[in-house]
Design a protein around this ligand. Sequence first.
Ligand SMILES: Cc1cc2nc3c(=O)[nH]c(=O)nc-3n(C[C@H](O)[C@H](O)[C@H](O)COP(=O)(O)OP(=O)(O)OC[C@H]3O[C@@H](n4cnc5c(N)ncnc54)[C@H](O)[C@@H]3O)c2cc1C
Length: 403
Amino acid sequence: MSTTPSSKLPPFDPADPLGIDDLLGAEDVAIRDTVRDWAADRVLPHIAEWYENGELPGIRELARELGSLGALGMSLSGYGCAGAGAVQYGLTCLELEAADSGIRSLVSVQGSLAMYAIHRYGSEEQRQRWLPGMAAGEIIGCFALTEPDHGSDPSGMRTYARRDGEDWVLTGRKMWITNGSVAGVAVVWAQTDEDGAGSGIRGFLVPAGTPGFSAPEIKHKWSLRASVTSELVLDEVRLPADAVLPGVTGLRGPLSCLGHARYGIVWGAMGAARTAFETALDYARTREQFGRPIGGFQLTQAKLADMAVELHKGILLAHHLGRRMDAGTLRPEQVSFGKLNNVREAIAICRSARTVLGANGISLEYPVMRHATNLESVLTYEGTVEMHQLVLGKALTGIDAFR
Ligand SMILES: Cc1cc2nc3c(=O)[nH]c(=O)nc-3n(C[C@H](O)[C@H](O)[C@H](O)COP(=O)(O)OP(=O)(O)OC[C@H]3O[C@@H](n4cnc5c(N)ncnc54)[C@H](O)[C@@H]3O)c2cc1C
């Protein structure tokens, strides 16, 4: 085996130690840099204040700007969507989450959940009615699956849609719904009697303002504070026959949408981790104790080396899954693999970075603790750690341990 003389090797780049950027094309880099610049300009100067206040002011303006960037429904085609590749969508999620998980959540729910559901399972009329405005960020969407008593196991959901003549009448409650209070349209999943009780879950498009529908915001969150999270109350909400998504019946409808959103999280989590790592690296180089930078101590270097290894392994994994998605070969178990690993490692990186910063690590003056607490939500939503372990456990053993 011969090795290249070190004089001919490209220099080591602490920001990209494995040279992963070599995998990107010019258009990928252009999209990534555009989103990074937007986040630096529009999110980073304000995010600590928004987080402290538990608000996302100007969310409608931010949504319109994200629409202009082509970030909403980015990998969908037609109806004003950008038709971008999976890696480009992933890079966008990474750059947005490097700023804050709340901004990435806004984009994931809009594009990968609400728009994806309408694009994949909606009628042509429904697509024409909703998607162009959602792609432009003029209309915000939400995706309502979780209920107060049904989270990891949505099959037992109690929100129910009954037929009344041609109409549908929805009653029930949804919980923890991102974008709920600001949404112009809610994609609501409900039980119906079609296909027999229990197996007839259908998706409904509920415009905001429909009588009987309300979306009070959930307060007192210690995570994803710069994100709108809501309860949805459906009290005899009457909808026309064409409010139902005609393309799917059963849980595979919402679960397929979740698969798409989870893929974005595989990338996004590494954005939060990257910010934590960069903050720790910068701090370690300049903070002095015992007469020298703390980055000169072996124990600190061990932390930084371990963080860098997990960060760039995670980004490489995200790339690999993105290429499989573009090739049409990405399996749901592989998305579970990526979500499980990358969110778990991102939290570990944040916690390690927090220790490098000492007391400053707990301050909102630095982004590390904000990212760490955000990732607690990311660890739970779109399938908890345990759900993804069970998906992989089932795939590995052939034995279903869910029940
Ligand atoms: C900030 C935020 C935003 C969200 N946004 C949305 C949204 O937009 N739309 C939406 O529909 N939902 C949303 N969710 C809800 C999220 O998807 C659920 O919280 C998640 O699915 C888990 O459900 P749960 O909280 O009811 O926990 P539970 O399902 O009650 O689980 C509690 C614990 O038990 C474990 N557990 C459950 N079953 C098993 C089992 N068989 N084996 C081992 N362990 C098990 C879980 O892994 C978890 O650790 C959001 C949540 C948060 C925090």
